[in-house]
Design a protein around this ligand. Structure first.
Ligand SMILES: [Zn+2]
Length: 295
């Protein structure tokens, strides 16, 4: 049992962090720029984001490494720096966390259609191993493979993280509600099939991120809990579903609205609650207040 699962086993609901991408753009990240390149070139700015979530009271923060798989970095000519960018990502978050929070190293999709054979599975596996090794060497307390929709790619990522590190590995998928009312990923995987795959691949923590506001996540957690009452569940909800206003994408769920649903999310069975797109340190601060009252 790693450090993250141990905290959950002690009976605590952990609060995680919120969005990173919007923050980076606010600090001047350009659309064509690699977000993870900042782990070496703009360390203070990345540290500031991590620090804002620790200061909001998060028990867990992530790392600026979502797109730092070599297959994704290749698009910027940075694949040779995979290890260094991931190691630095973990070091920065660890520095912000000190002994107040744990750090989950983030790994996202490669952007390739792994299920369709666009890249050899062995190459995907090696890439995730290198990424996980960098995150672990930088001091991450766990790994979170997030925003996945391709079961094959997720399975490879979990197995690679397990082989490369001794850390707890979380894997979250992005579901959306179909017209028939069922939650499925973009690739058509439903909650039951997802659960079976991630557990057989060896993930320690499961869950969902992105694609839904808090209300949708409550339904997804209930579905998970019908099948598995025990496995730790992580939820990073968006601040509602995006709407387009004046040519811009806006996430409508305020910190108050999100916080008002957290008790129900925890009652449904979530063990780690944080935010995805559109969530801010203020969302996290208000979630922390709710969780503290539940204790
Ligand atoms: Zn998101």
């Amino acid at each position: 049992m790693g450090r993250v699962v141990k905290k959950i086993a002690e009976g605590r609901v952990l609060v995680s962090d919120g969005a990173w991408g919007t923050f980076l753009h606010q600090k001047g990240l350009k659309a064509e720029e690699c977000p993870e390149s900042w782990n070496l070139s703009r360390v203070e700015d990345v540290l500031d984001i991590a620090q804002s979530y620790v200061d909001a009271g998060a028990d867990l923060i992530l790392t600026n490494s979502f797109g730092a798989s070599p297959l994704k970095l290749e698009g910027y000519g940075l694949e040779e720096q995979t290890y260094a960018l991931n190691k630095s990502a973990a070091e920065i978050s660890k520095k912000a966390a000190g002994n107040r929070a744990l750090v989950l190293g983030s790994m996202g999709p490669t952007g390739k259609m792994v299920m369709m054979g666009e890249v050899p599975p062995q190459e995907v596996y090696k890439g995730y191993m290198e990424q996980a090794r960098g995150l672990a060497d930088g001091g991450a307390d766990g790994i979170v493979i997030e925003t996945m929709s391709d079961s094959e790619e997720a399975r490879i990522a979990i197995e690679a993280a397990k082989e490369a590190t001794v850390l707890d590995v979380a894997c979250t998928f992005t579901f959306s509600k179909n017209q028939d009312g069922a939650y499925r990923t973009m690739m058509g995987t439903d909650v039951a099939a997802y659960l079976e795959m991630v557990k057989s691949a060896g993930a320690d923590i499961i869950g969902a991120n992105c694609g839904n506001g808090t209300a949708g996540m409550i339904e997804i957690v209930r579905e998970i809990r019908v099948i598995d009452p025990d496995i730790p569940v992580l939820v990073h909800a968006n601040a509602g579903l995006p709407v387009y206003q004046d040519g811009k994408t806006v996430f409508p769920e305020s910190a108050e609205e999100m916080a008002s649903q957290i008790e129900e999310l925890v009652a449904a069975g979530a063990n780690i609650v944080g935010g995805c797109c559109g969530t801010t340190p203020e969302h996290i601060r208000q979630i922390v207040q709710v969780i503290n009252k539940l204790k």
